[in-house]
Design a protein around this ligand. Structure first.
Ligand code: NDP
Length: 298
């Protein structure tokens, strides 16, 4: 029995943020205005407020102009759509991020799809718009979605590759599981050479015998949102385990993987917190700079 290597996402995220800060400084030294990311925060959900504040702080440290537009929970679809339209045409704004989930009140229900569809694809730093999802599927991504991209970076910078291996992604959300699976299925390295050409299984709540499906994988990526549901018996000895889950249990944050037992079986594993989480913001900064560069050329 060997204990797994702990993949330090915080450290890797700090590396990426330092690189981005340097590239931003070079971009600005070349005469461009600082890249600008505008977050749209609707309502007062405490978790969303924390996320938006963290993003703004990270922007500032990277030399990116991080702005936040606040709307009351009951602003309504039309007002939010009008704000998106305004941000789309504002040439000072390079990246637009709508913090999800949008609130639901007795009076107001937002159509999230319509909002995401309205964001200018060149400013869509989350890569949730249909055009950017399509480009990713075709293997010619403009922006990579931040959480899966963070996982690619974490693997690559830890000298781990899953190219050609069996990878099981558990969870098929549009923000994590599905794009992750698509990136792993690519024939070229356009979404990251360390994840290309994997043999991908995309598991979900209707997967029969999830345990054996997981146990077959050389790399297991859990993005479910169920505290510690992946137990040691579901992990192939020597597998790489990536835990995307962030679940609040009492006053503690835990992942989707039962970390203490899993680390005795896996060869490498991400902790929660300090694993995938910090990388998501790092890749958002990366995408904001990429967006500013794309727009400076148009
Ligand atoms: P969603 O709730 O959108 O999707 C969850 C997925 O898990 C669904 O596809 C669902 O299946 C599947 N699932 C649910 N229960 C089971 C089960 N018992 N067995 C197998 N599959 C199951 O989640 P997200 O992708 O948005 O987030 C997943 C987790 O990752 C959350 O804990 C979230 O907080 C965290 N997260 C972390 C980020 C980070 O930066 N580290 C970023 C984004 C999310 P079905 O489709 O059949 O319903």
């Amino acid at each position: 029995n060997m204990t797994a290597v702990i993949l330090d996402g915080k450290q890797v995220a700090a590396e990426i943020r330092a690189e981005t800060a340097k590239e931003v400084a070079d971009f600005v030294a070349g005469g461009a205005p600082p890249p600008c990311l505008t977050a749209v925060l609707v309502g007062e959900d405490p978790a969303s407020q924390v996320y938006v504040r963290n993003k703004a702080r990270a922007c500032e440290k990277a030399g990116i102009d991080g702005r936040t537009h606040r709307l009351p929970a009951d602003a309504g679809q039309d007002e939010l759509m009008a704000l998106i339209a305004e941000l789309n045409t504002d040439t000072n704004v390079n990246g637009i991020l709508v913090q999800l989930p949008l609130p639901t009140t007795d009076a107001v229900r937002y159509d999230e799809r319509e909002i995401l569809d309205a964001i200018d694809p060149l400013k869509d730093v989350d890569a949730f718009s249909p055009v950017n999802v399509g480009l990713l599927m075709q293997g010619r991504p403009r922006f990579l979605p931040c959480t899966p991209h963070g996982i690619v970076q974490l693997l690559g910078r830890s000298n781990l590759s899953v190219a050609g291996k069996k990878v099981c992604v558990v969870g098929r959300s549009d923000i994590v599981g599905k794009p992750m699976a698509m990136m792993l299925a690519q024939k070229t390295g356009a979404c990251g050479p360390e994840v290309a050409n994997a043999t991908v299984t995309l598991a979900h709540s209707r997967t029969a015998d999830l345990a054996s499906v997981c146990r077959d994988a050389d790399c297991l990526i859990a993005a479910v949102g169920r505290p510690e549901m992946i137990t040691a018996d579901m992990i192939k000895p020597g597998a790489i385990v990536i835990d995307v889950g962030i679940n609040r249990v009492g006053d503690k944050l835990v992942g989707d993987v039962a970390f203490d037992q899993a680390k005795e079986v896996a060869s490498a594993i991400t902790p929660v917190p300090g694993g995938v989480g910090p990388l998501t913001i790092a890749m958002l900064l990366h995408n904001t700079l990429a967006a500013a560069k794309l727009q400076s050329g148009r």
